[in-house]
Write a protein that binds this ligand. Structure first.
Ligand SMILES: *Cc1c(COP(=O)(O)O)cnc(C)c1O
Length: 352
């Protein structure tokens, strides 16, 4: 606290990201990064972008990247927005689409950045309880609102909401923006982008941080009706004209163009997830059905905080949230097979 601060700064409650430990020996299964490296073609494109041209500003509109995303999803570039990580895209959406003086709705157990953005932009919100199975029930969202947002699959549960339910939500809320945060959709979900032409109130966000292994590059995107995209562009151009640098634009475009590598690594993560779920269940864990690159699991006989501490002592880090309803769960990122094996061995000794 300082007299130099604008008054609202002292009331902000910032987001706390998962730990990025300095020790590289740790088996890091706490922030849902991809265990496989980025596409070799993306790495090559980024290396080629390092040179004399870095004296020039990047394309402020990221046109090549928008075209690559549009080609991938069969939409037009006018339906695509790109930003510095999907967190930035989400921030612009909160700022530009959710300030209507009516409460924004999101699940009680969800991505913990949502209430942070509400605090930053002075947006009122109401949380809607997930059902007993930790699923979203769209019938619970039938009340006056200034927008609806949820991840699909949800975080940190991993549970997937079927497209038919999303469509019911869109049809029931024609006067609000429904934002589907698809950070994990490539690991077993079906994208709602196929609905954007029919629902002008749908905005879908995605990130290259998880399924495209580029968390360190910071690239995210949104797809929706051009009017929604224009709101995001207006905010972005009132904030930072060049949120994506030349290296990020080159790498992200190449990553979108390299479908084969993307599909192969997603498949490997999904296979590892299914194998890990079976082993965790054999250890007595209850594991929520996951369509993401992580699982959310609890053990009926072992305290989650103590399990997380024991894993950490053994060099394996997972995420534990001290929050109502989920304090007995661990969120475990799917690693490469040898990392998952190290996790299972550490768990075995923690449970003994
Ligand atoms: C990881 C994540 C994001 C943020 O992705 P970045 O592009 O890395 O900013 C957004 N939403 C959810 C639900 C996430 O898990």
């Amino acid at each position: 606290m300082s007299k130099f601060w604008s008054p609202f700064v002292k009331d902000l409650v910032p987001y706390v990201p998962g730990e990025q430990p300095k020790l590289s020996r740790l088996v890091k299964l706490n922030t849902n990064e991809n265990p496989y490296g980025p596409s070799p073609l993306a790495l090559e494109a980024m290396r080629a972008a390092i040179g004399d041209e870095l004296r020039l500003y990047p394309d402020p509109n990221g046109e090549r990247l928008k075209q690559a995303v549009a080609d991938y999803y069969g939409v037009t570039p006018a339906q695509v927005f790109v930003g510095n990580g999907s967190d930035e895209v989400l921030a612009h959406a909160f700022h530009g689409l959710f300030q209507h003086g009516r409460p924004l709705l999101f699940p009680d157990v969800t991505y913990s950045f949502y209430p942070v953005y509400c605090g930053l932009y002075g947006i009122e919100y109401e949380t809607v309880a997930l059902n007993e199975q930790f699923e979203i029930d769209v019938a619970d969202y039938q009340r006056p609102n200034g927008g609806i947002i949820f991840p699909n699959p949800n975080a940190p549960t991993g549970c997937l909401l079927p497209l038919a339910a999303i469509e019911r939500l869109l049809a029931a809320n024609p006067d609000s923006v429904v934002l589907v945060d698809e950070a994990y959709v490539d690991f077993g979900g079906q994208t709602a982008i196929c609905l954007v032409d029919r629902y002008p109130n749908l905005l879908v966000t995605q990130t290259l941080s998880k399924s495209r292994s580029l968390a360190g590059l910071r690239v995210g995107l949104a797809v929706g009706h051009p009017d929604l995209i224009e709101a995001l562009e207006r905010i972005k151009n009132s904030f930072n004209s060049y949120p994506l640098d030349r290296i990020a634009l080159a790498g992200a475009t190449a990553a979108f163009e390299d479908r084969a590598y993307f599909e192969q690594t997603c498949r490997q993560v999904i296979e590892s997830r299914e194998a890990l779920v079976a082993r965790l269940q054999a250890y007595g864990f209850e594991v929520l059905p996951s369509a993401a690159n992580f699982v959310f699991a609890r053990h009926p006989a072992h305290d989650a905080a103590r399990l997380a501490a024991s894993l950490r002592e053994q060099g394996v880090i997972v995420r534990h949230f001290r929050q109502p309803r989920i304090e007995q769960f661990l969120r475990i990122t799917i690693g490469a097979p040898e990392q998952n094996q190290a996790l299972l061995e550490a768990l075995e000794s923690a449970l003994a």
